[in-house]
Design a protein around this ligand. Structure first.
Ligand code: GLN
Length: 447
């Protein structure tokens, strides 16, 4: 803990942490030392974790990096975090992110931007940028992020680490401040596949507080990392041939596929004609869900209340106008529009149907093949300000990550070399629902 506290201090300018729980982390460490001496320590003893600022921890502030939640103190602890604490993980602090998880560069935070530790003029990715940089810059052992459309995988790719999004419903969402409830997952950043698997097996599993959490038993992913079978791997032509794809990313992705072939695995090119519909489907459905989820922030119960209001109506209006950032407002308006009576069928209902098609197509592919491989992102980490004036350019960053989110299947990003400017490249691997063990073992084989 002292080692990490020291690093957090020397690298404070990266702006990854928005709050450090120095005292409670040190106290916890002492208790765990005693447990270790008695041979009674939990399986995560010694692991120091950081948590994204959208996860509640009792007695601590949690803002979703939004002004509207300023001063809000959590009344309970996120189930996933509680399970890690029970196994003696130490929570060292709260990590910066895009407001309510909306963004791909961590430039939309009320706490300011987070710097990529490899090149401080570049973004760390988003929305879980602080969580990614905390692991990248050695400020904690692992960190929790959330992945609704790529927010763990994309920043993991941009910072050169491992980022895992589990199957939707594998990890309880109790305690996670909702962005889009039918997409939200809690994911993990780590330096190694093994650490990631170990944390996942502790935090996954049914939770009576989240009725959507799966009752399927959790297996010991970290003990199943040995991979010796011959895999059937597919890659999607439309991703590799995408004009948006940076050439070095294409080359490194193809190199992995060639290596797999050489090592006796079956590698096939497949088509995914629905690729062009994944982003529109994602942005219609997530903005709709967000506009509904965020209606609770009205100045009455949580965080910020405008001091400039003179009656109830103006309190709602002013609180929301002053409290939400620009991107969040854009999405509330988009979501309200697609849910409005005259457009509901044309947008929301249509997108639900397309979601079903994408999910079925993806699951069918994953019945036929063990894994789908593709780049995590079309480009490596870009410079600050490069996309911030153009929301559509920013949304295009999620081109390859949203397929797994729309389908609910698990996906991981692992490091796959660097581009000419030295920025890391991510390789994304998808497997069918609840095949986390297979995904971890294959990732372990590839790294
Ligand atoms: N960039 C995507 C978005 O802004 C993903 C966000 C996320 O996964 N939380 O919606």
């Amino acid at each position: 803990v002292n080692h990490y506290l020291q690093n957090i201090q020397t690298k404070a300018h990266l702006n990854a942490f928005v709050e450090v729980y120095a005292q409670s982390a040190l106290e916890q460490a002492e208790k765990i030392d005693e447990k270790i001496a008695k041979g009674k320590a939990g399986k995560l003893a010694g692991m120091v974790i950081g948590i994204k600022d959208v996860l509640n921890l009792e007695g601590h502030e949690s803002n979703a990096s939004s002004k509207i939640l300023k001063g809000y103190i959590s009344q309970f602890t996120t189930t996933a975090i509680q399970r890690l604490i029970q196994e003696d993980a130490i929570v060292i602090g709260r990590l910066n992110c895009d407001e309510f998880g909306m963004g791909s560069s961590n430039e939309n935070s009320a706490h300011g931007k987070v710097l990529n530790a490899l090149d401080e003029e570049r973004v760390p990715g988003g929305s879980s940028g602080g969580s990614a940089v905390a692991v990248q810059a050695n400020l904690c052992t692992v960190s929790l992020g959330t992945d609704t459309g790529g927010s763990v995988r994309q920043p993991a790719a941009f910072t050169g680490i491992v980022g895992m999004k589990p199957t939707y419903s594998r990890v309880s969402r109790w305690g996670l401040i909702a962005y889009a409830s039918s997409f939200d997952t809690i994911g993990i950043f780590s330096n190694t596949v093994k650490d990631n698997a170990l944390v996942m097996e502790v935090m996954a599993g049914h939770d009576e507080h989240d009725s959507t959490s799966s009752r399927k038993p959790v297996i010991h992913y970290s003990k199943l990392l040995h991979f010796e079978k011959k895999a059937k791997v597919a890659y999607i032509k439309e991703t590799i041939d995408s004009p948006a794809l940076q050439l070095e990313i294409k080359a490194n992705t193809m190199a992995v596929l060639d290596r797999l072939k050489e090592e006796g695995h079956e590698v096939s090119a497949v088509e995914f004609p629905l690729l062009k519909y994944t982003l529109p489907t994602y942005y219609i459905l997530t903005t709709a869900e967000a506009s509904s989820n965020l209606s609770r922030f009205d100045g009455v119960k949580y965080g910020y209340r405008s001091p400039n209001a003179h009656n109830l109506e103006s309190m709602y209006k002013k609180t929301r106008s002053e409290g939400f950032g620009e991107e969040v407002k854009r999405r509330i308006m988009l979501g309200t529009f697609v849910l409005s009576a005259s457009y509901y069928d044309a947008y929301f209902t249509k997108a639900q149907k397309v979601r079903r098609l994408i999910k079925e197509y993806t699951e069918n592919l994953l019945d036929e093949f063990d894994y789908i491989i593709m780049p995590t992102t079309p480009s490596t980490a870009f410079k600050f300000g490069e996309h911030s004036g153009d929301p559509v350019a920013m949304y295009l960053e999620d081109l390859f990550t949203v397929q797994a989110s729309v389908s609910g299947v698990p996906a991981i990003s692992i490091p796959n070399g660097k581009d000419q400017s030295g920025m890391p490249i991510g390789l994304q691997i998808m497997a069918n629902s609840f095949k986390e063990a297979e995904l971890y073992a294959f990732s372990n084989y590839l790294t």
